[in-house]
Design a protein around this ligand. Sequence first.
Ligand SMILES: [Zn+2]
Length: 252
Amino acid sequence: MPLVETEGLVIKSYNLAEADRIVVFLTHDHGVVRGVAKGAKRLKSKFGSGLEPFSVVQATYFQKDSVELVSIQKTDLIQSNFDAASDPDFLQKFSYLGDLLLTLSPPHDPNETLYRMVRACVETASADRSTLLSTGVYFELWMLRLAGYLPDWGHCNACGREFEVAEIANLQVNFHLICPTCRRGAATRPFDGVSRSIAAAARKLGPGKFAEFSSEKHDALKALSIILKLIIASSIGREVTGEKSLAIKTQG
Ligand SMILES: [Zn+2]
């Protein structure tokens, strides 16, 4: 029964039986890990606040091959995000993003890019709550990209030509873009250069710089977020709950 030590971010935790908690971590070395923290509900628990959602911890646990749940021995707090986690807007946004992460990331599948992205998003939105919208879009773009579901929005899906900055592309039902030359009839779902620049910026920038880049592009961020939620729903066959999923339905 090997003992594992790794940095991890608490995605969610919930009560199990009288004194224990189940904790779901995104770990640096082993991807998504679910574990039991025995005695965590007791007043003087050795875990302290190391099991609170969105805390960054150094976690030590026993891993048995035959058992899906690991046995958490210890969590040393590296960074608490308790202030942010008690803000309803932050909590709602990151509960949804956490569900999205758990839906698209298989357990025990390490991915350093994913870990760094998620940790940077939590830190950015925790430090400045006004970045919640842009951080959410950033997270959705990266989750879709890492899962292989994000279309290439730099080129026309029919002729392969790269879009000009000012060109209005049209979003197809398969979420790829088509140029005005290849399009038949009127543009039904215009997708402009601002939306394309936001998607391109997320590839190059961290979430903090991305928030600066998109700070004046509120409406485009919201429109893009609706499209990303449609891609998510179409890719996994259902909506990911946790956020105002009504926004998708009212868009028509
Ligand atoms: Zn074309």
